[in-house]
Ligand binder design. Structure first.
Ligand SMILES: Cc1cc2nc3c(=O)[nH]c(=O)nc-3n(C[C@H](O)[C@H](O)[C@H](O)COP(=O)(O)O)c2cc1C
Ligand code: SF4
Ligand code: SF4
Length: 270
């Protein structure tokens, strides 16, 4: 089968997953690449045409060894019919545990036919310049690996007789899932009034509409999923974590996840 169109379906609050999906698409090298980014609150409502006759790359970050609950909610709106799918998770150099297996099981339940999977590394959402955790990733080596993966995907799809060809894709992880997902913590970043220019960027990137701007920045803590999109996108550095537990978690990750992990690919030999 020839790949004529690629759809990139993502949930990616801080953009690392999106970057990996785009790099894989570069490796597949087709002109018709259509992004369906489901990160923002509109993504929860957006009507998505039924997917058929194309190759779909679905990507999400790892939260607590699982998929983010909001990614699952949005992906459940997809309808496929033996649509070939590449599954991608991006994690912050700790572990991806059951997340890729969860994405495979979800994809099959939605009607996709998973061809291959990849677990890539991205700068940890909780990382800062002072407390780095995989800062700057995906870097040029990760991007090259993603492009190589894309080129091999094209070769694998080329020899498939039809989209419904049986593919036995083995993905690590256990079912029932052992990883519990993101911990429930009713906390959110706070705004430093002195440096906040009330530009509204934080509200515009928040996936759960937890932030509202009305002369100043207000956050509905109950809606915050700790994705850190507001922190990483604030142009003045006014959006920060003050919560002691979040600072402890970031320090633990900084100390214990220093050894560089490399992307892992399943269903294709690179
Ligand atoms: C709530 C939360 C939980 C996370 N849990 C994990 C984890 O279990 N393992 C890991 O290595 N990274 C973890 N991360 C880091 C993200 O997976 C990583 O930074 C990823 O690159 C973010 O993707 P994005 O840029 O597409 O948002 C977590 C991040 C958040 C916000
Ligand atoms: S992005 Fe930063 S400067 Fe802009 S409104 Fe939000 S906290 Fe203030
Ligand atoms: S308020 Fe919470 S959910 Fe919204 S962008 Fe910031 S960290 Fe993410």
């Amino acid at each position: 089968m020839e790949v004529k169109q690629v759809k990139l379906i993502s949930f990616s609050p801080t953009g690392t997953t999106q970057k990996i999906l785009e790099s894989i698409a570069e490796g597949i090298a087709v002109d018709d690449v259509a992004p369906i980014n489901l990160t923002l609150p509109e993504g929860a409502q957006q009507s998505i045409p039924s997917l058929s006759d194309e190759l779909v790359i679905i990507g999400a970050p790892v939260y607590g060894g699982r998929l983010p609950v909001d990614a699952v909610k949005r992906f459940k709106r997809l309808q496929a019919s033996n649509t070939l799918a590449i599954l991608v998770v991006v994690y912050g150099n700790r572990e991806f545990e059951d997340a890729l297996l969860e994405l495979k099981n979800l994809a099959i339940a939605l009607g996709f036919n998973p061809v291959a999977g990849g677990a890539f590394i991205g700068e940890h959402s909780f990382a800062t310049a002072d407390v780095p955790i995989a800062n700057g990733r995906p870097d040029s080596r990760d991007v090259q690996k993603a492009r190589d993966f894309g080129a091999k995907i094209k070769e694998k799809v080329a020899v498939l007789p039809s989209p419904e060809a049986p593919i036995d894709l083995k993905i690590p992880g256990g079912f029932p899932y052992e990883a519990e997902g993101a911990r429930t913590m009713t906390v959110s970043p706070v705004t430093t009034e002195d440096t906040c220019t009330v530009c509204g960027t934080c509200a515009s990137v928040c996936p759960t509409a937890a932030i509202s701007i009305n002369g100043s920045v207000a956050t509905d803590i109950a809606l915050c999923i700790r994705c850190c999109a507001c922190v990483k996108n604030c142009p003045t550095g006014a959006r920060v974590w003050e919560d002691g537990m979040m600072k402890k978690i970031a320090s633990w990750l900084n100390e214990n996840c220093r050894t560089r992990k490399e992307p892992q690919i399943f269903g294709i030999a690179l």
